[in-house]
Design a binder for this molecule. Structure first.
Ligand code: PMV
Length: 332
């Protein structure tokens, strides 16, 4: 019986996956591009148990105490364990213990980091050593497509080729362009509509088709801006992309509203920062919290302005990260 602990990062989508060809296997209807984060992480310890045992799933609190997970979380973890066994041919049960460094299910990509960490910890604890591309496919078999991007560091494209079933691949390492992501948290509780539900409803929006047409040239322009390390080029594209995703969500049938009044307050603060000469650009995943991208030189002044915006309960300082890593210290 071997025990392995993995720390895997969340990622922030610059061009977002919204709408799925197969939710269970995490096959997207459009390509996406993300920046891997460093601070927002999930840690997962996996123990491969004897044959015949049952899977166990535990949540570890910051004081080290263990508790059983909510039923929905447990079901998703068990489904992912079954998918991992089916794809890899592994047998036997696993004891999984996991913790997050940030609020879960609030549009901070906790499923991406959580399922990437699970896929890596489980395969390693069972003696396999898959590379990041294989792990990308295993991570997205959780049904969280964005997990496919969290097995790499830096800037990541998924699918990495024209084949929608292909794994993600790294476009550039974190060292190419270290950016700061300041997460203005306006709500820490779990969102009321899951991203799975959002992907299902996306295609019912009358604007979904228009979005699909706009994405390929936007992706090309984003890639060029990343190669050139040009935030004034990348930032407006990232912002229009986020607004458009939420336009599709809000016009789905039935509609999906992730924004809160405080979300708009933060967007206004970001526009004011730019008007004052501070380059800051916002993006929002499936939740009310706003990720604000900037260069490290402007981190402190932008964080101070975000922290002072009405309704912001916390500003998480994150940055471009190197990807998953093994850890010596286990959660249990
Ligand atoms: O990976 P999922 O199913 O949790 O969906 C992710 C959806 C977005 O975060 C809004 C976009 C993305 O590409 O991460």
């Amino acid at each position: 019986m071997s025990r392995v602990t993995v720390s895997a990062p969340a990622n922030i989508a610059l061009l977002k996956y919204w709408g799925s060809a197969c939710l269970d296997e995490g096959i997207p209807l459009n390509r996406s591009l993300s920046m891997t984060l460093e601070t927002c992480r999930s840690r997962t310890t996996s123990e491969h148990l004897e044959e015949g045992g049952e899977d166990e799933v535990w949540i570890a609190a910051s004081d080290g105490s263990l508790s059983p997970p909510p039923a929905g979380f447990r079901r998703r973890a068990e489904r992912h364990l079954d998918a991992l066994r089916r794809i890899t041919g592994l047998t036997g049960a696993f004891r999984i213990t996991t913790s997050n460094s940030f609020p879960a299910d609030a549009g901070l990509a906790s499923s991406a980091s959580g399922f990437a960490a699970l896929a890596i910890a489980v395969t390693r604890s069972a003696g396999l050593d898959p590379g990041p591309e294989e792990l990308s496919v295993l991570a997205r078999a959780s049904g969280s497509g964005s997990a496919a991007r969290s097995t790499f560091g830096g800037y990541v494209l998924w699918p990495g080729s024209d084949d929608p079933e292909s794994p993600a691949r790294q476009l550039a390492p974190a060292s190419h362009w270290p950016l700061v992501d300041l997460v203005a948290v306006v709500a820490e509780e779990a969102k009321s509509v899951s991203s799975r539900e959002g992907h299902e409803r996306a295609v019912t929006s009358p604007h979904f088709g228009t979005r699909q047409d706009l994405l390929p040239p936007r992706l090309d322009a984003m890639r060029e801006a990343i190669v050139a390390r040009d935030l004034d080029e990348l930032g407006p594209l990232v912002e229009e992309e986020a607004i458009e995703l939420h336009l599709v969500a809000m016009s789905s049938r039935p509609p999906v509203f992730y924004w809160r009044p405080e979300t708009l307050t933060v967007l206004e603060t970001v526009r004011e920062l730019r008007a004052a000469g501070l380059p800051a650009y916002a993006t929002i995943d499936a939740g009310p919290n706003v990720h604000v991208l900037c260069e490290p030189t402007h981190e402190d002044s932008i964080a101070a302005a975000l922290g002072a915006a009405p309704g912001v309960v916390e500003v998480i300082h994150d940055r471009t990260g190197e990807g998953p890593r093994l850890e010596e210290e286990h959660l249990r």
